[in-house]
Design a protein around this ligand. Structure first.
Ligand code: SAH
Ligand code: SF4
Ligand code: F3S
Length: 461
């Protein structure tokens, strides 16, 4: 299999590489969204700069870091469980340093220190530059915490260490100022701030040279991106990246419907390498609930955006996020969400039960929809959406689609998988070394079967 070389360390990273960490092994586990995955790559770069080497086995690790998510209660529960399991390793390796990073670290702060007799350091998303210092002190037996949020930190000068694949994430901004009433992100990631446009374009160019074939520009609300020097907004950034790396597939996430401008939609249509796929979280189909959620749009305005997208970018795939059981949600509100799913006919959706988060506005509104009602509503929307996704995917049968080859399929290694530009997973038999294509190539696949989640076919030609 074609594998990518590890990106070369920057000069600054090389200079530092003889420093404190000297050969100690770092293991990082990542939970939550793509921004966290990219943050882990930044953390790896910071630690490698101090001489730590990366390992994929806990057994081998001197430092274990969990980069955590706080978006819903079950995300946090998973981490508490994981910490319990890590006690086993701690007993075998008492010198091991364990740290909690990310959104849960920011939310729970010092209450995490010493959890399970285990957590040595707690570091929030804007304090990763302090990690080497805190880890060193932890080796001397000192507990450490760093959870200040910053108005300026974007880690713009740090080249993330990406260890796999042909697809890379680029964080273009950090934080969120939207304050949806259910959401913990503005509290765990702080105020919105953008990286310079020129530096993002340079990063995309470097990634192309290193062999990456797809980049996803990341932000909690990319539509509020603004170059700090006034060089443009998100549509300008997309156009600049698309021009600089004309053969790179370009994706982005996430858009907030309120800020999804006509200009952005038109920019997407103007460049062949900007993928015709938009994740546009709607959250609910009820105007009353949308208002309680502080989403700043009505169902009618949202549908207007969908119409504009479909008229401007033919064949554009769409996905969304839905929360069921938000405070005061009635059966009528729920029916309106089902109706919205039927109207838009998304290619896919991420669907969640409302989970109250402390300190958010909605926390004070209460959590009055009983769990069994939330479960029932969730089942209903999942069933409906699966049926719609299945029906849409059936229409792909008989078509030949362009697939960016990612590698062996997760379920069956005799098959390979890749994605269409509309972000659909395509699985096809790999015909061995003589196949004439490798990871990172774009191949034509004729679709023969489809489930609600996957297209299956054979190489055409
Ligand atoms: N910034 C992105 C999403 C961030 S979180 C956006 O605005 O789209 C991803 C999704 O998690 C949200 O879209 C929402 O559907 C869900 N989510 C956020 N907070 C939640 C909560 N308290 N309970 C349940 N789901 C939640
Ligand atoms: Fe959370 Fe809303 Fe910001 Fe998304 S836009 S991160 S849901 S506050
Ligand atoms: Fe989770 Fe933080 Fe991302 S709460 S979803 S890891 S921004």
């Amino acid at each position: 299999m074609h594998t990518l070389e590890l990106p070369v360390l920057t000069e600054q990273q090389q200079l530092l590489s003889s420093a404190d960490g000297a050969g100690r092994a770092l293991y990082v586990e990542t939970y939550g969204c793509q921004m966290n995955l990219n943050d882990t790559e930044i953390v790896q770069a910071i630690m490698a700069g101090q001489g730590y080497r990366l390992t994929t086995s806990i057994e081998d690790a001197d430092v274990v870091l969990l980069n955590t998510c706080a978006i819903r209660d079950n995300a946090e529960r998973k981490i508490h469980e994981r910490l319990k399991h890590l006690r086993y390793w701690r007993k075998r390796k008492p010198q091991m340093v364990v740290g909690v990073l990310g959104c849960m670290a920011e939310r729970l702060r010092s209450s995490l220190l010493g959890e399970q007799g285990l957590v040595d350091i707690v570091v929030g998303p804007d304090e990763y530059r302090r990690l080497p210092e805190l880890v060193e002190r932890a080796f001397e037996g000192e507990l450490g915490i760093a959870v200040k949020l910053s108005r300026v930190e974007t880690y713009d000068d740090i080249t993330p260490i990406r260890t796999q694949g042909i697809s890379a994430w680029i964080s273009i901004m950090r934080g969120c100022d939207k304050f949806c009433t259910f959401c913990v992100v503005p509290f765990t990631r702080g105020r919105e701030r953008s990286r310079p446009l020129a530096s993002i374009v340079r990063e995309a160019e470097n990634l192309w040279e290193q062999g990456f074939r797809e980049v996803t520009l990341l932000g909690q609300n990319v539509n509020s991106y603004r170059d700090p020097g006034g060089a443009g907004d998100f549509a300008d950034l997309l156009a600049a990246v698309a021009t600089a790396v004309p053969h790179m597939r370009i994706r982005y996430t996430t858009s907030h419907p309120y800020d999804m401008s006509d200009r952005l939609i038109e920019t997407m249509a103007a460049y062949a390498n900007i993928c015709p796929y938009i994740h546009l979280p709607v959250q609910s189909g009820s105007n009353r609930i949308l208002q309680l959620m502080n989403r700043h749009y009505t169902v009618e305005q949202y549908l207007g955006r969908i119409e504009k997208i479909r008229a401007t970018i033919p064949g554009c795939a769409l996905s969304t996020d839905i929360i069921v059981g938000f405070c005061t949600e009635t059966d009528e509100d729920h029916q309106q969400t089902l109706e919205l799913l039927r109207t838009v006919r998304y290619d896919g959706a991420y669907m969640f039960k409302y989970s109250p988060r402390e300190n958010t506005k909605a926390w004070k509104m209460g959590d009055d929809v009983p769990d069994h009602v939330k479960s029932q509503r969730l089942d209903e929307i999942i069933q409906l959406q699966n049926r719609i996704s299945w029906e849409i995917n059936q229409t792909e049968i008989g078509r030949t689609v362009e697939v960016l080859v990612e590698g062996p399929s997760k379920r069956d290694s005799t098959q390979w998988q890749g994605r269409t530009d509309t972000n659909k997973v395509v699985v096809f038999p790999h015909i061995g070394a003589t196949a004439g294509y490798i990871v990172g190539d774009v191949v034509k696949v004729r679709i023969e079967r489809a489930t609600s989640a996957t297209l299956l076919g054979c190489i055409a030609e």
